[in-house]
Design a protein around this ligand. Structure first.
Ligand SMILES: O=C(O)c1[nH]c(=O)[nH]c(=O)c1Cl
Length: 308
């Protein structure tokens, strides 16, 4: 079974890769991704200055998913610009995830990172965990302004990592914004922002930042992720490739993302919980699922989910 895929003209040896944020902050983590079965190396979203991130505990896994308020811990964009040439030696695409603490940070980072020639750049409009900072992706005007500014300085394929939307009206509005910004790929969804997990025995929240509020990931967000993949796949009639992220814990979950229109999938929670070995398991399970269903590749089943 062929598990390779192509996104914006870039060939991925496997359609399963890490989500920005999962095991991808340090050089050693990124090199380990390069040596693993991951289909790409995706960096942690980067900011201008290096950051320690939020106080711990800031990640908590539980049956069904995870909650995090990491607070953008990363090496700073200059360090990743220096690392990119080394990371490109592993025979798989390097995706640089660009964030920023303010709008002006994004073009500053994007211009320097673009010069380091990652295979693709993913603009993260959806970090939910910077205290006092609303998600850019929930502000269509700010999203459009920012995407147009970074598009001017990015010459490699540019994608956008979107937060979950919960209303078709929002899918429509963001679809129009994206259509006006020359976006080469989409990635959805980021974590479901500002959830709250409580430990009933200790009668406490489980993470320290923001009173325990954090982004949700894992199985519990799969249905939200699939809805967003499907909504934007239909809006763009499959013409903009979509990376499906959210709730992929096994090969069947990945298959569901492809049925809804994804061209590749990213994994976060399952990677943090299981480690890099998850890639081998996920690939084997996805290949088995495709074989069982009579599909020769993920491209064959893309967008094939039937309505009733
Ligand atoms: O707290 C984080 O670092 C974080 N956490 C997330 O769940 N999504 C993001 O985009 C980011 Cl940037």
């Amino acid at each position: 079974t062929d598990l390779s895929t192509t996104i914006a003209g870039v060939k991925f040896p496997s359609c399963v890769m890490n989500a920005a944020g999962a095991l991808c902050v340090t050089r050693d983590e990124l090199v380990a991704l390069g040596k693993s079965r991951a289909g790409a190396i995706v960096t942690k979203s980067m900011t201008v200055e290096a950051r320690q991130g939020n106080p711990e505990p800031r990640y908590y896994g539980f049956p069904g998913g995870s909650i995090n308020s990491m607070g953008l811990p990363n090496l700073g964009y200059r360090a990743y610009a220096e690392l990119i040439p080394e990371l490109k030696q592993f025979g798989k695409p390097v995706i640089a995830s660009v964030a920023g603490l303010c709008e002006d940070d994004f073009p500053t980072i994007a211009a320097v990172i673009n010069a380091a020639k990652p295979d693709l750049i993913e603009v993260n409009l959806s970090c939910p965990n910077i205290p006092g900072k609303p998600q850019i992706g929930y502000d269509p005007e700010a999203s459009e302004r920012l995407l147009k500014r970074v598009r001017k300085v990015i010459t490699v394929p540019m994608g956008v990592k979107l937060p979950p939307y919960f209303d078709p009206a929002h899918h429509e509005v963001m679809g129009k914004v994206i259509g006006r910004c020359e976006v080469d790929f989409l990635n959805m969804i980021n974590s479901v922002g500002n959830g709250l997990v409580v430990d009933p025995d200790r009668e406490e929240v489980v993470i320290k930042p923001k009173g325990g509020f954090g982004g949700l990931g894992g199985t519990i967000i799969k249905a939200v992720a699939l809805a967003n993949v499907r909504a934007f796949y239909k809006i763009f009639q499959g013409k903009i490739p979509i990376i499906g992220t959210g709730g992929v814990m096994n090969g069947v979950d990945a298959f569901e993302h492809f049925l809804c229109g994804a061209s590749a999938v990213q994994v976060g929670t399952v990677l943090v919980e299981e480690g890099l070995g998850a890639f081998g398991r996920l690939e084997a399970e996805l290949a088995a699922q495709l074989k069982k269903k009579g599909y020769g590749s993920v491209t064959e089943c893309r967008g094939k989910v039937k309505e009733l």
